[in-house]
Design a protein around this ligand. Structure first.
Ligand code: FAD
Length: 481
């Protein structure tokens, strides 16, 4: 089939009927459920963009069909930049607030398939499996979620390689047909709107036989028997797009994932029991770099949108001349430019990796992904500081239709630069970024979704060649003149 339409996606989702629970009830058809339907429609719109702009958003596959551009295995920097532009269009559609547009995982599957030898060295079947899975995912244009982190009951054993054996997802049996897994994984964002669940290792496992049952990498359909998704409270409260401009469109949902004796067919297993390869997977296949690429594109889109918002708030409140407002605007501009520069540098310094894929340079992307968890909460703080009580002076859409209230709203809420309705719409948007549960979750997401910031910083140190610089310092110290 190749690149799909939004309608194709919604039809597939309707048929899926995965075992998803929300507020004590089994969710039926997510495409008409109030908590999920709007986000499902937003994802569908992303797929429709592929239909509307095939040249920009799809590529020709070896069999002559057209697949979504995020599945491309870029062989040169032109293809990499095309993918980047396509990802930017999707990120802009969600104003950066849809973190899990399907490209996030598509780029990682593409990278892993290109690095199939990495899996094949563990077991030749696994090398073929990842290639077949990539082609299937690409040709069906599947929407996937993923889950990496095991839950933890206690930190008593420290974090380096210890899993809580009774909680964590683990291998319990092997049959002719596949592997049987049970246990729990913390969080799969977008799970109710996804068709596929990718299970990859994240936490570094200890190199010891006891860790082998936890060393797993596979993919399953979200409606596989024994697989259950437990949702948090929804932030789409069914209000109008005027009232909740972001949460009524981009509520991705996060779920805890329960595996109760789930059978994973052998053809969907990519690694099993290979601790060393599980620990090396993301770096060795370069999947992490391609995911960082998608993430930094999203960071550009999100920070640009917030810069527009901060600037518009300054205009509407007639505060553009105030020095502290300008200083905060400058800070927001610096965030945008830092993300743009990192992206541009990574693409300018892209090179072919050992798998023949054109990969963006890691250091600028790594810098951006380490910075953004610190910069994003500050952007939200700037919106709060520059808006203050206007974030609370936000009558709802219904208030505008009430003839008793309307004259007062029109009289007291307008500014020199915006009528009452435009001003309220703006501050409702600012509220959804900076004060709502949706906005709070966005801050948490940016702090943690790509991993624990402490370990991400540590990886940056590991991946930076410090020797030439320490040598330079040493050499300076020994200079006699
Ligand atoms: C909104 C959201 C969406 C997410 N979506 C997904 C998803 O779709 N798929 C997925 O796989 N994961 C997802 N995650 C999970 C994410 O990968 C993890 O949050 C991240 O890896 C950190 O792990 P953790 O939450 O277990 O934090 P922990 O490891 O429990 O860390 C919590 C805090 O304690 C600190 N800490 C932990 N151990 C120590 C120690 N020994 N010493 C000192 N400090 C310590 C950490 O630095 C951190 O500040 C999501 C997270 C969020 C918040």
């Amino acid at each position: 089939m190749g690149a799909r339409s939004g309608n194709n996606y919604l039809t597939a989702l309707r048929k899926l009927n995965a075992e998803t629970y929300l507020s004590g009830e089994r969710v039926g058809d997510v495409t008409i459920h109030p908590a999920f339907q709007n986000c499902a429609r937003s994802i569908a719109s992303l797929y429709d963009m592929q239909m509307e702009h095939p040249e920009a958003m799809t590529f020709r596959t070896e069999d002559g069909g057209r697949a979504g551009m995020s599945f491309i295995q870029p062989r040169n920097s032109d293809e990499l930049r095309k993918r980047s532009r396509m990802m930017k269009s999707w990120a802009d559609y969600g104003c950066g607030f849809l973190g899990r547009t399907p490209d996030y995982l598509n780029v990682s599957i593409a990278a892993m398939a290109a690095a199939h030898e990495f899996f094949g060295e563990s077991d030749p079947r696994f090398g073929r499996n990842i290639q077949d899975y990539y082609r299937n995912a690409r040709d069906h244009d599947w929407c996937a979620t993923h889950t990496l982190v095991n839950p933890r009951a206690s930190r008593a054993q420290g974090w380096a390689g210890h899993t809580d054996a009774d909680l964590a997802l683990k291998l319990v049996d092997k049959t002719d047909k596949g592997i049987i897994v049970s246990g729990c994984r913390m969080l799969a964002t977008l799970a109710p709107m996804s068709e596929e669940l990718l299970v990859f290792p994240s936490t570094v496992l200890k190199a010891e036989p006891a860790a082998e049952p936890f060393a797993l990498s596979f993919a399953i359909q979200c409606n596989t028997k024994g697989l259950k998704f437990l949702c948090r409270d929804p932030y789409d409260l069914g209000r109008s797009k005027f009232d909740h401009p972001l949460s009524s469109r981009f509520e991705e949902m996060d779920c805890v994932v329960i595996f109760d004796g789930v059978e994973v067919p052998w053809e969907r297993v990519f690694l099993c029991g290979d601790v060393a390869r599980c620990n090396a997977l993301y770096a060795a296949t370069n999947a992490v770099v391609h995911m960082m690429h998608q993430v930094v594109v999203k960071n550009v889109a999100k920070s640009e949108f917030l810069l527009g918002l901060v600037a518009r708030i300054a205009e509407v409140s007639d505060a553009m001349a105030l020095q502290h407002v300008r200083e905060r605007l400058a800070e927001t501009i610096m965030t945008v430019e830092t993300m743009r520069s990192s992206l541009r540098a990574a693409e300018a310094d892209a090179s072919l990796d050992k798998w023949g894929v054109c990969a963006p340079a890691r250091p600028p992307l790594d810098t951006a992904r380490n910075l953004f968890p610190h910069l994003y909460p500050r952007l939200v703080e700037i919106i709060q500081l520059n808006s203050s009580s206007s974030l609370m002076a936000t009558p709802s859409e219904a208030d505008f239709t009430n003839s008793n209230e309307r004259p007062y709203i029109d009289r007291y809420f307008g500014t020199a630069d915006a009528n009452a309705r435009d001003r309220v719409a703006l501050y409702r948007l600012a509220w959804d970024v900076a004060c709502s549960s949706f906005g709070g979750r966005q801050v948490l997401y940016e702090r943690f979704f790509f991993g624990d910031p402490v370990r991400m910083a540590s990886a940056l140190v590991d991946n930076t060649d410090l020797k030439p610089l320490t040598d330079r310092v040493q050499s300076f110290l020994t200079r006699l003149d």
